[in-house]
Design a protein around this ligand. Structure first.
Ligand SMILES: Nc1nc2c(ncn2[C@@H]2O[C@H](COP(=O)(O)OP(=O)(O)OP(=O)(O)O)[C@@H](O)[C@H]2O)c(=O)[nH]1
Ligand SMILES: [Mg+2]
Length: 220
């Protein structure tokens, strides 16, 4: 059997599990976001800041995906959020069966929102459905302003782009307008947030929008 056919079958099997996960999460009224970025763009930091702002307003759970270590899971657990860490042991992306297993360990009874932090990688995670309602690609000012053009599939697959580390703009060669233009050329529907997890700029707008979509989705 040609290798490409095998790969397609694996992705199809993943999609079937992802559909089951999505049905189950929607039935429970849990809105799910898959956060993807290159390593170090600030996924865990954005989650820490977001959880601090959402605390006491809605119930939030987090699945942390990493190749190794429980470091990010421990950072998130410290916020008080329901947290499960996945170690992929070498795999460069999360797959739906990993989410299914993580959810089996999670107390979902009080959750309205679930964040999945994917493995730091701008390539493979975009091909693997996890049952999420929304795909968020995070990019930061320290990565260079050519990322949408060089990794178009990730930006095409996302509904939201967050540009992080605005506080470092004075120190890096980064053309913000170019990044937005490149991303919108690939995906004209992309909703864009610009923020700094360090200074706090833009975080309220991001969190207010998250609350709005959760309320709209589930009529809380
Ligand atoms: N200056 C600045 N640093 C930031 C900002 N957001 C995150 N960082 C720093 O960037 C580094 C990486 O942040 P993480 O949140 O661990 O990044 P990540 O995307 O979760 O990384 P992986 O899980 O390894 O893929 C840390 O040193 C953060 O403190 C920001 O807005 N401004
Ligand atoms: Mg992280």
């Amino acid at each position: 059997m040609p290798k490409v056919t095998i790969a397609q079958n694996i992705l199809a099997a993943n999609d079937t599990i992802a559909e089951d996960i999505q049905q189950m999460l929607r039935a429970r009224g849990i809105y799910t976001l898959n956060i993807m970025s290159s390593p170090g763009a600030g996924k865990t930091t954005l989650l820490e800041r977001t959880l601090a702002r959402l605390q006491g307003r809605i119930g939030v759970g987090v699945i942390e995906g990493d190749i190794e270590t429980t470091a990010d899971g421990e950072r998130i657990e410290a916020t008080g959020a329901e947290t499960v860490q996945i170690n992929t042991r070498g795999a460069c992306h999360l797959e739906a069966h990993m989410i299914r297993d993580a959810l089996a360990q999670m107390d979902m009874s009080h959750l309205q929102m679930l964040f999945i932090e994917n493995v730091g990688n701008l390539v493979c995670p975009s091909s693997w459905n996890l049952g999420e309602d929304l795909r968020v690609v995070l990019t930061s000012t320290t990565e260079g302003d050519d990322k949408p053009a060089k990794y178009p599939q990730m930006f095409a697959a996302a509904q939201v782009m967050v540009i992080n580390k605005l506080d470092l703009l004075p120190y890096v060669d980064y053309d913000l307008a170019k990044v937005k233009w490149q991303a919108l050329a690939i995906n004209p529907q992309l909703r864009i947030f610009e923020l700094s997890c360090r200074s706090g700029e833009g975080l309220d707008a991001w969190c207010d929008w998250l609350l709005t979509v959760t309320v709209a989705q589930h009529k809380l």
